[in-house]
Ligand binder design. Structure first.
Ligand code: MG
Length: 164
């Protein structure tokens, strides 16, 4: 049986280092830290990419963009997200909507939410109203609470479309 809708979930985390800002959802947010990672360390894009690939059942971000490949070093994660959506569309699925939670003590996401929603919406081919982004702290608990890094969870709904 072919479903008309599917749901995918993605998770990502990145460690903080001293810096001047973190990139989340393709938007540089000023901060006293940066996220370390092989690409541009955009946990929002990485979690959303995995949610979209997972929903369509066409792989995952680690398989599509291996850290062993030099071309993925410092890579723009919005571009990775676009390429993942192209793979999903070729398999007959399209993102319809997504919901994202960033768990971090810093930076505050609020003022940057409209810009993040617009960037992600353009990348996955939906209206900004279909991209939800929320920020939460971890109430000072654990590695997130101690400011070691941040985490992100994303859920994406996909609809069946003609392959192409
Ligand atoms: Mg990542």
């Amino acid at each position: 049986m072919t479903l008309a809708h599917r749901v995918g979930i993605g998770y990502d985390s990145h460690r903080f280092a001293e810096g001047h800002g973190v990139i989340l959802g393709g938007v540089l947010i000023p901060a006293a830290v940066r996220c370390t990672g092989h690409s541009d360390a955009d946990a929002v894009c990485h979690a959303l990419t995995d949610a979209i690939l997972g929903g369509a059942g066409v792989g995952d971000i680690g398989e599509m963009f291996p850290e062993t490949k030099a071309e993925n070093a410092g890579r723009d994660s919005i571009e990775m997200l676009r390429l993942a959506v192209a793979r999903v569309r070729a398999a007959g699925w399209a993102p319809a909507q997504c919901d994202i939670t960033v768990i971090a003590e810093t930076p505050k996401l609020g003022p940057h939410r409209p810009a993040i929603r617009e960037r992600l919406a353009a990348a996955i081919g939906v209206a900004p109203e279909q991209v939800m982004v929320k920020g939460k702290t971890n109430e000072g608990m654990g590695w997130i609470g101690h400011g070691e890094g941040l985490a992100c969870v994303a859920v994406a709904t996909l609809v069946r479309v003609a392959p192409g």
